[in-house]
Design a protein around this ligand. Structure first.
Ligand code: SAM
Ligand code: SF4
Length: 339
């Protein structure tokens, strides 16, 4: 039974705890051209019929319904979103959805350089680029592929194209923890944000040791001096930002483990297979694909989105992933839910 008390009002879409939900992360594929060892297995993902994935038209329909309920910002993610042909066109279509004010992309950067022209023409507002190391050999070991030079060129290209750029780095003990200050230095001469994200116990993260945000911050202070809280709000989410003396850009920390970020969580996630998840690590999964393909009208989709919002848990519990509560979910790993 759906609780209608959570119907959106003029104030937007709210969950049962009053949190405003205005941000949707849309994964357009679970495929990837890298194999980051903490995210994906070496073999990648098992082959599935193309039809298991939502078409761009189906994804757009879901986005239109969520936008009518109050979603204002969409992040296009994956897997690697740029391995799916037509992602730039999808972004252009998203930009035209009434209510959606901002569309950004997250990418590993490998194909970003060659797609930048199309993405800029599509009206993309910004890009997050994942970059865990500046060392070619570490990149090869960690991602099981070559390509550091392409990712670095994409950082330059995206910035030069006038896009808002954020670099995301997951510090890993014994792998890149000695590089954090050097990675932060990407924000020294460029007005971009470099963010450090604590490794979460999801996907293939077992066997990797996280570095707490506080330790990453200490490494930066050790090299560049005091971190000063940044007054602006450059993002949609849980990052806490700081400036450093002499830096054109800023640095940020996302600390899901040591700090928690659930109290102000503003997002839901839609996977490429049509699973709507109100929480990254919660067990609630609504199957929009089944609804879409059963001929459901927008009213039924709308009710499913409202139900997801109403059932958004208070916080993540990384040990209790999908399936525990008797609800089996197709999409649990980071490369399926899009980070
Ligand atoms: N392929 C794109 C990329 O790498 O940016 C988009 C998808 S990827 C799943 C999104 C982000 O999730 C990446 O920055 C990646 O480092 C991060 N990620 C993957 N597994 C993670 C984990 N267990 N904990 C924290 N972040 C993780
Ligand atoms: Fe691919 Fe992104 Fe996962 Fe790396 S983190 S394997 S680039 S989806």
């Amino acid at each position: 039974m759906i609780d209608r008390t959570h119907e959106p009002e003029a104030g937007g879409l709210r969950d049962s705890r009053g949190r405003l939900i205005d941000y949707l992360r849309v994964s357009v594929t679970d495929r990837c051209n890298l194999r980051c060892a903490y995210c994906m297995s070496e073999e990648g993902i098992a082959w599935k019929p193309h039809g298991d994935m939502l078409s761009f038209e189906e994804l757009l329909r879901c986005c239109r319904v969520t936008a009518a309920l109050g979603i204002r910002k969409v992040k296009v993610t994956g897997g690697e979103p740029l391995v799916r042909r037509g992602t730039a066109g999808f972004i252009a279509a998203l930009k035209a959805v009434p209510g959606i004010k901002q569309v950004t992309l997250t990418s590993n950067g490998i194909l970003l350089g060659e797609e930048l022209g199309r993405l800029a023409a599509a009206g993309l507002d910004g890009v997050n680029i994942s970059l865990d190391t500046l060392d070619g050999e570490t990149f090869r070991r960690l991602t099981r592929r070559d390509g550091l030079d392409k990712t670095l060129r994409a950082v330059e290209g995206a910035w030069a194209a006038g896009l808002k750029v954020k670099i995301n780095c997951v510090p890993l003990r014994g792998i890149n923890d000695h590089e954090l200050a050097a990675i932060a230095a990407l924000a020294k001469d460029r007005p971009l944000a470099v963010r450090f994200i604590e490794l979460m116990p999801l996907g293939n993260a077992e066997g990797f040791r996280p570095v707490a945000g506080e330790e990453a911050a200490a490494a930066l202070e050790g090299r560049y001096g005091k971190l000063t809280p940044f007054a602006g709000k450059p993002g949609n989410g849980p990052a806490v930002y700081y400036t450093l003396e002499g830096f054109a850009g800023i640095v940020g920390f996302i600390n899901p483990l040591s700090r928690g970020f659930c109290e102000t969580c503003n997002r839901m996630r839609l996977s490429s297979q049509g699973i709507l998840k109100p929480c990254l690590a919660g067990e609630v999964c609504l199957d929009l694909r089944a609804l879409l393909r059963s001929g459901a009208d927008d009213g039924a989709l709308r009710q499913a989105v409202l139900e997801a919002a109403a059932r958004k848990p208070a916080g993540h519990h990384f040990s209790g992933l999908c399936g525990k509560a008797g609800e089996r979910c197709r999409d649990q790993e980071m490369f399926r839910i899009g980070g």
